[in-house]
Design a protein around this ligand. Structure first.
Ligand code: GAL
Length: 746
């Protein structure tokens, strides 16, 4: 499809809805807002969980050129949770579902020149729309939170091209399928399909097609591509794929472009095989929420989450719990080689026939809409943690397979012994004992069957031990070690295809699932994506060539638990040397208790110092191949010495809403995070950026983090972020942000 422009900027927003808004009136009374947008910003915690449950109105004017013989279409990639669309006073469509994309043909309602679009959005948690119906353990927020795009098309256009292929070893045969929309008489066109790699042509195929009026699918003749470079987690090779519809004179009628990757997937009871190689799936579950603005975060923030998972924590899979996520996130997963398990929206509830219609609509939206992402390797065709509902799940599985036979299906259960309809039996395993020493059921226990079947642990660990960034050393350490135990067990046995920890970061939720403050602390990162020690457990499994990790699960001092030991050190070093408050240095090796881990945590056990002697500080050194590669020093008298201010980015685009995060860490003179320092940072901004959330931000676990976003005013320049604290020795820092233009407005 031919994008005409984005419609992300310059909406008028009003809380509530009145019939008279449809036909016009005082649009200027509405607040001027940009997409991504949330109907209401919420506090970090302790808010009314119904705050974003409301009806609201979005109004936008747009201009069109002469439309003779052309079609106008508009797409909404994500609006929570349902809406009616009006164009120039006429109802042009409606959509239910917070996570699915909708495309409307608005040709009959528009004119050349000025037009007016009104969206009446309902963000109540309606039990007729998945995932709602029970007390869901997350919020659905509300508003237009993903891109809005306007297309101007010829009468015939490619709504979607599914770049199907078959692969024999590394030799590919393309079998593209086109979903075409066409108006006017039946016509004959050329479909020119091509592949490029890094801009160089790889393959092209021209074929005549007959296009009938309406919407239909056309499968093109298979085309032999020859040898291709595979998409693999460690080397994710991507190709640019396109299809152009041309008329008899070779004139382009429409063009559709995307990226694809070649890989094969096979599941067996003993493993998940990617490109024929057994690959253990190790990852985390991800929600798509952020503090204050819920889902309303754009491209850069989405991409950053993928980077955290793959580059920082070294994981190879993410589960998009419990709904379809942003294409920006998925694109980044494709680029990084992060495998994705994506599922339809749902949480513990199946509604009536109307509800089920939306389930099928979501399924189609997910499978066809995200078909070309090579990163997606598993489709989830059940609603998370619903009981067996064989009729429904036979149907979702059948429909999914009919649209895409190349990927395995699964469905996530909380019950053992449920019926396996899909290819993989997935189970959320929170069966650990109170001490967390015995973790995870066997595949036989979870599936309730003696027959071996492909079995995936779709959630583990987090829910049983909510851990706040301000919790004690023991709690934070235990949280990390339970992730280590689960992962070790998963790695050692081929009965598990893999395991996906619950979850990537803390999130806002309903009162039924929180610490009486609307925050669920199950993340290995906090809500601001600041790591807890558990995140370093994952990071420490990376090879030391990617950087040494040396993170003690301790503040390394005497006061927190009388004795400084025992504590684990999360590290990818071969061994560590520890000197605690005296001159005796001891060497410690990775623990034998985690046989499945590439780099098990190292337990530091011996004290070696006497409590009546003055604590003189400590030193931990990590060695790889006999060389010291990392060192940590601990003071005898730690003082607040530094506020480390780290922006994720210092260049932002000001022709769209672009955001970046800033993390402020309170540190002692050796650069150690002062976990229990209580302080707030006061933040103000200058120039064309705004702060997301409040301007006074308390530290949590020694860090205070926040995001800023551009005002999207379309100008270049600089902006400043000014940070103050109450402590004169570290007060007063400014981060300068350069504002650039991306050339892709809104
Ligand atoms: C699971 C559920 C998740 C989350 C988790 C932690 O049962 O699938 O969405 O709620 O428990 O409480």
């Amino acid at each position: 499809m031919q994008k005409y422009c984005n419609l992300n900027l310059g909406w008028r927003f009003k809380e509530g809805f009145k019939e008279e808004y449809i036909t016009g009136g005082n649009d200027e009374e509405g607040r001027l807002v940009n997409v991504p947008h949330t109907v209401k910003e919420i506090p970090y915690d302790c808010f009314d969980q119904t705050m974003t449950c409301m009806v609201s109105t979005y109004i936008r004017s747009f201009r069109l050129p002469d439309m003779e013989g052309k079609r106008a279409l508009v797409s909404f990639e994500g609006v929570s949770a349902c809406y009616d669309l009006y164009i120039n006073g006429h109802k042009a469509g409606s959509h239910k579902g917070a996570y699915s994309m909708a495309l409307f043909d608005i040709t009959e309602y528009v004119t050349a020149g000025g037009n007016r679009m009104v969206l009446c959005v309902d963000s109540h948690e309606r039990s007729d729309i998945p995932p709602n119906g029970s007390t869901v353990d997350f919020l659905i927020y509300g508003g237009i939170y993903r891109d809005v795009t306007l297309y101007i098309q010829e009468g015939t256009y490619v709504k979607q091209a599914l770049f199907r292929y078959s692969l024999d070893h590394e030799t590919a045969v393309m079998e593209p399928e086109l979903l075409i929309g066409s108006h006017g008489p039946k016509r004959e066109l050329w479909a020119v399909t091509s592949l490029q790699k890094d801009g160089a042509p790889v393959w092209e195929n021209r074929q005549k097609i007959q296009v009938s009026p309406g919407t239909g699918s056309i499968s093109l003749e298979p085309g032999h591509v020859g040898q291709v470079a595979l998409w693999q987690p460690e080397d994710p090779q991507l190709y640019q794929a396109s299809v152009e519809l041309q008329d008899e004179d070779g004139r382009c009628v429409d063009r559709y472009q995307t990226r694809i990757g070649f890989r094969t997937i096979r599941v067996e009871p003993d493993g998940f095989y990617l490109n024929g190689k057994r690959t253990k799936l190790i990852g985390l579950n991800r929600h798509q929420s952020y503090p204050y603005v819920g889902y309303a975060m754009g491209r850069r923030a989405q991409e950053k989450d993928a980077l955290l998972l793959k580059e920082f924590m070294g994981l190879n899979m993410v589960r998009c719990s419990h709904y379809m996520q942003s294409r920006y996130f998925l694109d980044k997963c494709d680029e990084l080689g992060l495998m994705v398990f994506e599922e339809i929206p749902g949480w513990g509830y199946i509604g009536d026939e109307e509800f089920k219609k939306i389930v099928f609509q979501d399924l189609e939206n997910m499978v066809l809409g995200h078909f070309n992402h090579p990163g997606i390797v598993i489709w989830g065709t059940r609603l998370n943690e619903t009981t067996d509902h064989d009729g429904l799940y036979q149907e979702t599985n059948r429909r999914c397979k009919a649209m895409d036979s190349s990927r395995p299906t699964t469905g996530v259960r909380w019950e053992t012994g449920s019926h396996l309809i899909e290819d993989i039996y997935s189970y959320n395993d929170y069966s650990e004992d109170d001490k967390g020493e015995h973790m995870l059921l066997t595949a036989h226990q979870a599936t309730g069957s003696t027959k071996r079947m492909p079995y995936l642990v779709s959630e583990h660990t987090g829910a049983v031990l909510p851990t706040k960034p301000v919790d004690s050393e023991e709690r934070q350490e235990e949280f990390a070690i339970r992730h280590a135990r689960a992962m070790s067990k998963i790695m050692t046995s081929d009965q598990y295809l893999g395991g996906l920890g619950w979850c990537m970061f803390d999130y806002n939720t309903h009162n039924d699932h929180n610490s009486v403050n609307k925050v669920c602390y199950h993340g290995v990162l906090d809500m601001f994506r600041v790591p807890k020690w558990a995140a370093y457990l994952y990071a420490s499994q990376k090879s030391p060539d990617k950087g040494a990790v040396l993170v003690p699960c301790s503040m390394v001092g005497r006061g927190e638990r009388c004795e400084p030991v025992p504590f684990y050190v999360l590290t990818n070093c071969d061994y560590i040397e520890v000197t605690l408050s005296n001159d005796i240095t001891r060497t410690y090796y990775p623990s034998i208790k985690f046989p499945g881990l590439a780099h098990p945590p190292v337990l530091v056990t011996e004290n070696g110092e006497f409590w009546q002697h003055r604590w003189t500080g400590a030193r931990i050194v990590g060695y790889v191949g006999g060389q010291a590669v990392a060192e940590k020093r601990y003071s005898d008298n730690p003082r607040l010495s530094q506020l480390l201010v780290q922006p994720d980015d210092t260049v932002l685009y000001n022709d769209q809403v672009d955001e970046t995060r800033v993390v402020c860490t309170f540190m002692d003179e050796f650069g150690n995070r002062l976990y229990h320092h209580m302080e707030a940072v006061s933040v103000s901004v200058s120039g064309d950026i705004e702060l997301i959330g409040p301007s006074l931000i308390p530290s949590m676990g020694g860090c205070a983090a926040f995001w800023v976003r551009t005002c999207a005013s379309g100008t270049r320049g600089t902006a400043g972020i000014h940070i103050h604290t109450s402590r004169p020795e570290i007060d007063g820092q400014t981060v300068t942000i350069r504002l650039e233009l991306s050339g892709q407005e809104g």
